[in-house]
Design a binder for this molecule. Structure first.
Ligand SMILES: Nc1ncnc2c1ncn2[C@@H]1O[C@H](COP(=O)(O)OP(=O)(O)OP(=O)(O)O)[C@@H](O)[C@H]1O
Length: 256
């Protein structure tokens, strides 16, 4: 069991003033924490603090009590824009980190093939990433992030650019990966429906500077991981009730 903790973190920039305001958030192994909040409120900045790409002005980011001072293999990040290397094929995009660590070619290829199979891209190793659809590119990004078996996966609106059908398929894939990995997931989304389906805890932020204005505990992703279909879950009155609760938090408590 590991814990990623943002402990009363604050950060600001000269251009904007305060962006995150003494915010505390814990993500443990097995949690799927989803962050919702108005545009520009500081969600990506929060994730960058967790990743170690930015340092807080106040407070601390720790993993199991040890200060986070920069990016580390225990925390992997997935971006909305998948950030793939256009000059490399699928396999090299997935296995680049292993190459930089001096892992042999044979092991790299085996590891990449195994991860690609997990994200539903078996056989796509040699395809140029420029020839892939948006959903497939995000699968490659996920395979790359999960390759090092991180304890925490940080997802910055990873499904935001996908069409509705691809997005639904990717939601189910992410839930499946989360349930099997045992890692803690921290994800940003603008979609209340996505937060409801995927989160074990949905966290609603205020307009900038970001503070937590509401937290809703949820259990639908565990049911989906257990085999229930998202469509059946959406018909459950408990889902409708949770939607009302989360929508109220998002619309009433985040007005600027
Ligand atoms: N390194 C930086 N230097 C200056 N300003 C920054 C920096 N990083 C973020 N900001 C500013 O902080 C504010 C919050 O940005 P952030 O990307 O965290 O918001 P967000 O909630 O993720 O936005 P969106 O919902 O639109 O994706 C924005 O005004 C942004 O311009």
């Amino acid at each position: 069991m590991a814990e990623l903790l943002l402990d009363r973190v604050a950060i600001g920039f000269p251009e904007t003033g305060p962006v995150v305001d003494r915010l505390s958030l814990a993500v443990a192994s097995g949690d799927f924490v989803v962050v919702l909040g108005p545009s520009g409120c500081g969600k990506s900045t929060l994730l960058r603090l967790a990743a170690g790409f930015a340092r807080p002005d106040e407070g601390a980011v720790t993993v199991d009590g040890a200060p986070v001072t920069g990016p580390g293999a225990d925390r992997a990040m997935v971006f909305q824009d998948d950030a793939l290397f256009p000059w490399a094929d699928v396999r090299d995009n997935v296995a680049l980190a292993l190459r930089l660590r001096g892992v042999s070619r044979r092991e790299r290829h085996a590891a990449a093939a195994a991860m690609l199979a997990r994200v539903g891209l078996a056989g796509a190793e040699r395809r140029p990433v420029t020839a892939l659809s948006g959903g497939m590119r995000q699968r490659v990004g996920l395979a790359r992030a999960l390759l090092a078996d991180p304890r925490f996966l940080l997802l910055d609106e990873p499904l935001g650019a996908l069409d509705a059908l691809t997005r639904e398929a990717m939601q189910t894939l992410l839930i499946d990966l989360w349930a099997k990995a045992g890692a803690g997931f921290l994800m940003i989304t603008h979609s209340v429906d996505e937060a409801l389906l995927m989160a074990t805890r949905a966290v609603v932020l205020s307009p900038r500077p970001a503070r937590i204005v509401d937290t809703v505990e949820l259990g639908f992703s565990r049911r989906i991981a257990g085999g229930e279909s998202p469509r059946a879950i959406r018909r459950d009155p408990a889902f409708e009730e949770a939607r009302e609760r989360l929508l109220a938090a998002v619309t009433e408590r985040t007005a600027a």
